[in-house]
Design a protein around this ligand. Structure first.
Ligand SMILES: [Zn+2]
Length: 685
């Protein structure tokens, strides 16, 4: 079952909110209570070490009273995949989320997974007659819906892969990943600076917009790139849909439309060089900041025409204002009280939380990993911002714990994952990005985040009634990402991809704006390709657009042959084994969505991860290169058997080993609800 969300027709939205607010609370049918707190990527080895050192007293208390063990993850150990498996209690073949990306089998083009967007429609290119829609691509039925049908009252808060929000009988949901920013991306940040050259301007590999500032005296005017104008987008699509080679007139019109596609918000910076400060006038708000200061949330309205406005909010950070001026602007978040599409179910839930708690970050990918990875903000700014993201999620969770309007509460925060992606280099002195000075300054960052999570566990334990079962868990662990592996280059070198000439390098913007992929690849002579993080897809006859591999013996032989070669892959510099396991499709995936599964899932050894360019289908020269990015820890594409998540509970388990797919059945059993046959997992108590 998949679900669709659309914006309510505007005149009705207020009425629907009023009705939802006035609806009575569902009756309490159950006496048992269960809280699940999720910390994305929390690694069991680190939990064990820091519990032993007395740094995580609340988690240690759970381990002492109940259970602490590793929690087996999914064969593609990625957050969207493993949290989807958590939700439906089954392997990825039952929910269809194998990776961050999906592919169009006909054209081989990558696209962002998890959701499908349907564009709005306009009358006379002006009046909106059909609202934008977004459909979740996660299949299966989540345990909170099944429990809700049986009368279990729930609160499901910022769990990954819960956008669009699901309607839960007797429950309420606040969306998490992949809830996008105002541009529809997972987080486009902005960086404005006087010391940026023309050459550096534009879009970065990981999705940031860099603009050079030119001051006239103390004043500079620039603009914030906003959402695409859906009316212009529709005109563009109509021209592209003509297919074939476009006429000169069409090409000229397309170029003209593209130049005006984004709806931008102009703003002015007044710079006081002596005071090292600036005043920023943006959309009716005046923000005064000293060097090193962050603003509070600034409301922003992008006006598409007289009838359509898109509302958002951003935080500004004045990095420097002395010799040069550098200004960072966060991705423009949707506002909790007026989102582009509903971000909660019921739609009134998110605005209600804002009314009671004040505004809070809505962006699914809440932490500023991309600007740190691109060296536009430093470690300190990243951590200051990360703790605010963490605290926003924690505030919402505690607020809902206090409401007592639930029998089942699930709340997830992902700051644990983000800090490990960016700071793992300080836990691994052999990492190419390790350095003693930074390690001395920031080496305890991951530990500080774990400690903050431990305090949240303590706060929850203090607030819940005696007898409440509390489970703390994570979806996967972590590895060091020292070397990047160009898996598509390996496929080219081994004759599985036929490519003439070179392929250009890819960036995330290509994904959102219909960029070039797979240049110079001759599909009629290619057998396989890699997209995403560790997935290899075969070029199947009858499935792919120009398929060459046939189902049956040929398919199985290719799986065997390629698995053998992958396991034999050696680091040309050290001779070390790069791939420690290869999983064949039908050995690890089954269910209604098996047709979309990768034909091989590669499990890299500690230290090696698939390269960013491979994930977007690129194949640059060379097999292995040192990872010189701050994004230094990862879990994606590693052998899933070597990086389980963590589970802790005040309840004793009746099993010796547990997997993330066991949680759904466990929750249902806890409330006496029959576990459906579609769940692969087994109750753990
Ligand atoms: Zn991650």
């Amino acid at each position: 079952m998949r679900f669709t969300k659309t914006r309510l027709a505007l005149p009705l939205a207020g009425l629907a909110l009023a009705l939802a607010c006035g609806s009575p609370e569902p009756p309490q049918k159950f006496t048992q209570k269960l809280v699940i707190l999720g910390f994305d990527g929390m690694d069991p080895r680190l939990v064990q070490r820091w519990m032993a050192e007395g740094r995580l007293p609340n988690m240690a208390r759970l381990a002492h009273e109940g259970t602490f063990m590793p929690l087996g993850t999914t064969p593609s150990p990625e957050s969207p995949t493993s949290w989807s498996s958590f939700a439906i209690g089954g392997n990825p073949g039952r929910h269809d989320v194998y990776d961050f990306l999906i592919r169009d089998k006909r054209t081989y083009m990558p696209d962002l997974g998890m959701v499908k967007r349907v564009a709005p429609k306009f009358l006379f290119n002006y009046i909106p007659v059909a609202m934008p829609e977004v459909e979740s691509l996660r299949g299966g039925t989540s345990f909170w819906v099944i429990a809700g049908r049986a009368g279990v009252r729930s609160r499901i808060l910022t769990v990954p892969v819960t956008f669009p929000a699901e309607d839960i009988p007797n429950g309420a949901m606040l969306s998490g990943l992949p809830l996008p920013d105002i541009k529809g991306t997972i987080g486009t940040f902005y960086y404005f600076a006087t010391d940026l050259s023309r050459y550096e301007e534009g879009n970065t590999e990981m999705g940031g917009i860099l603009k050079r500032l030119v001051f006239d005296g103390d004043t500079a005017t620039t603009e914030l790139v906003g959402p695409d104008n859906p009316i212009i987008k529709a005109e563009e699509d109509a021209i592209r849909a003509k297919g074939g080679k476009l006429s000169d007139a069409d090409q000229a019109q397309l170029a003209e439309l593209t130049a005006h596609l984004a709806v931008n918000l102009p703003f002015t910076i007044h710079w006081n060089r002596e005071a090292k400060s600036a005043r920023i006038d943006i959309d009716g708000t005046s923000v005064e900041m000293k060097e090193g200061e962050w603003s509070t949330w600034v409301p922003l309205t992008f006006r598409i025409n007289m009838l359509i406005k898109v509302r958002g909010m951003a935080q500004l950070y004045l990095i420097h204002a002395g010799q040069d001026l550098q200004l960072y602007v966060s991705p423009v978040n949707w506002r909790p009280d007026s989102p582009v599409l509903p971000i909660s179910a019921p739609a009134s839930f998110a605005p209600q939380i804002q009314k009671e708690l004040g505004t809070y970050r809505t962006l699914g990918w809440a932490e500023a990993t991309w600007p740190l990875n691109e060296d536009r903000i430093d470690e300190k700014a990243f951590m200051d911002d990360l703790f605010r993201a963490l605290d926003d999620r924690a505030r919402v969770i505690l607020h809902e714990v206090d409401s007592k309007k639930w029998d089942l509460l699930v709340g997830v925060l992902e700051s644990t994952d983000r800090v490990q992606h960016m700071f793992w280099r300080f836990l691994d002195p052999t990492h190419p990005m390790y350095n003693v000075a930074d390690a001395a300054k920031y080496g305890d960052s991951i530990q500080r985040v774990y400690e903050r999570c431990d305090r949240l566990v303590g706060d929850v334990l203090k607030r819940v009634d005696a007898g409440t079962t509390v489970i703390v868990l994570s979806d996967h662990g972590f590895h060091s990402f020292r070397q990047a592996v160009n898996l598509n280059t390996w496929l080219v070198d081994n004759g599985y991809i036929s490519r003439q000439g070179q392929a250009g390098s890819k960036n995330l913007n290509d994904l959102f704006s219909g960029g070039q992929f797979w240049e110079n690849v001759d599909w009629s002579k290619s057998k396989a390709y890699s997209l995403g993080l560790g997935q290899i897809y075969f070029n199947m006859a009858g499935r792919e657009g120009h398929g060459t591999v046939h189902a049956g013996p040929e398919y199985k032989e290719l799986q065997d042959e390629m698995a053998k070669k992958l396991l034999a892959m050696r680091d040309p510099n050290t001779g070390a084994q790069i791939v420690s396991a290869v999983y064949k499709r039908d050995d690890v995936f089954w269910g209604p969505y098996i047709a979309d599964a990768p034909d091989l899932q590669v499990g890299f050894a500690d230290g090696y991860r698939v390269s960013w360019q491979t994930s977007l289908g690129g194949s640059p020269a060379g097999l292995v290169y040192p990872n010189m990015r701050k994004w230094s820890g990862d879990h994606c594409s590693f052998d899933y058997k070597t990086e389980p998540g963590t589970i802790l509970s005040n309840h004793k388990f009746s099993v010796d080993a547990a997997q993330i797919i066991d949680l759904g059945p466990t929750v249902l059993k806890y409330f006496g609800v029959e576990v459906p046959k579609s769940m692969d997992g087994k109750p753990i108590f």
